[in-house]
Ligand binder design. Sequence first.
Ligand code: AHR
Length: 691
Amino acid sequence: MKHVISYLVFSIFILFSLYSNASNKEKTTTLTINLNKKGAEIAPSMYGIFFEEINHAGDGGLYPELVKNRSFEELEMPEGYYAKGDTLYPKRVINHQTGRVMDRTYKWTKEPVPGWRLDSTSIVNVTMEMSKDNPKYSSAPNNLKVIIKDATKPARLINDGYWGMGVKGGDKYFFRTIIRPSSDYKGKIKVKLLSKKNILLASTIIDNLSENEWNDINTELVPSADDSQARLELEFTSSGTVWLDYVSLFPQKTFNKRPNGLRQDLVEMLIGLKPAFVRWPGGCVVEGISLENRYEWKKTLGDPAARPGEYSTWGYRCSYGFGYYEFLQFCEDINADAMYVCNVGLGCHNRMGDACTTDEVSYYVQDCLDAIEYAIGDVNTTWGAKRAEDGHPKPFPLKYVEIGNENRGDLYDERFDIFYAVLKEKYPDLIYISNHGLRGTGNITKTDMIDPHWYVAPDFFFKNSTIFDEHPRGNYTVYVGEYACNRNVGGGNMMAALSEAAFICGMERNGDLVTMTSYAPLLENKNDRRWAVNLIWFDTDEVVGRSSYYVQKMAADHKPTYMVEMSPTENVPENELFSSGIVEPVPLQLFSSGYDETTEELILKVVNAQSCSYPVKFKIDGAQSVCKEGKVISLSAGSATDENSFETPRKIYPAESGYRKFGKEFEYSFLPFSYTVLRVKVNKGKAVAHN
Ligand code: AHR
């Protein structure tokens, strides 16, 4: 208890300190840039994204299926698990880190058929129950048995989607159902799309069904108007029994017109980040609560109706709709390299954390080899042929394989060595990443990259923008695969974003070591926040980028070719926010500078996390001339606690303007609570005409 109280006091103190105005004095800093002192080159791979099925990022988000529990698999549990009420109890297995069984439980649903309900007038004359009777696909064996006792009264089955269905008037939606009527059902099925206000938006009739066999029906619905809270209704017109194996409503308009593709507006946000790579599928879902519910890529291939999905680490069932093929296709479509993260036979050590036996490790190695073969193998190989059969004979752009996610300890190190040796031998051109952090690579023999993760409070990033400065070079490079300021920052406020911008300055300065980065988590359906702070929020029809999103975007939009030396020469202000004697001072004004060889521009990035403006005098050495006119891109907020929201999604938004006072020496005053990029053409060799 004592610990809890001191933690609370400390947190309140930090919060107060961070958002107070203690050192609110404007002092001019002089920063000297020396264009002849070339620093680290920034790798083209520097900025990427990391997708994980968390916060309904995929189902009910990026993967635009409108029907929740379309395949009726949502009550399937991982093997050996059981549920009581709304609690799921995992299989009791020994955690490989603690040596004990962890007493952890997970969220379960009490809904008899998740996602589906009978309308209130149908309850008396219709029953529904889960069934595994004569399944269409053994891989996805569940179906719904609907018994209509009396069809003179309404018999309606409803799906409300993922917190409503967002539809656009005039757009086409593919409706597919796999349905089996028994011989006593002689009716039709009316399919209706209804608005929140009960207006019929679209409908179709399914007729002439073959009795006692699965009918795979495909048709289209075109709603007459937009609605963000629509629902799908199936109305049965006669008494009798029908089984439903699959009911799907999927937009025709997807990103790049891909069938089983991705939600256009969300992809646009992701493209806005100019991702050089995409990490997938996790995150903790790779490991699973225990190995039983680890992410299994092979189960994500083929007909979506045959995919079983899995109860995910993040407390809901993932349909596997956005599967391995769709991920690879997405990477190709956005011209990004793919990073696949494999399981090494270890469940998540923060959860049940089981370990497969040593003999079983070869199974996991083979599974990873198969994943690589599926992505890039020749069409004459087993998995390359499967890729071709799935519609893509050409190899996909797989470039990286991360061996495990957030695994650690001796067992991991042993396994890493096995994986690395086998994979490197067979696929020497791929880049392999271990889960180690900056403290060292334990007992492993060799890795190409390490992957430290940070989820921290703002002071950590402000203090640690120098964390990479002294890190040894030469053995491996660093991929900061997950990082975010998510403590004491509300839903993700400006101070969080500024601290990340400060950290980015440090990562860019150390671009010879840090060659890849990705913020985490990427996406949040606003109805299911499973993680404290996430980069992009959405609901059925709106998308909001948090201030951190714009920091990421600005960093990637203004990626220099290489860094150039920038040093403060005088009057660096003391940041006294933390200087009460209990907590050490934290720098709240940080900067970095680089050069863009393509545009011949100097790029200056400045973070001012103080509540006062920050006047800076810049001196540019090593330039024959500097254009007078350049650009300023600035992200600023009225206060440290400001956040974007669905009501004011662009409250914090980058403003771009021209600036005509650049020169070999110039001054600029940075706004309070701002992250600013200055871009100006410089001539390093011969003189250019000043505009
Ligand atoms: O990004 C959320 C989670 O944080 C990831 O699943 C895991 O790798 C990390 O612990």
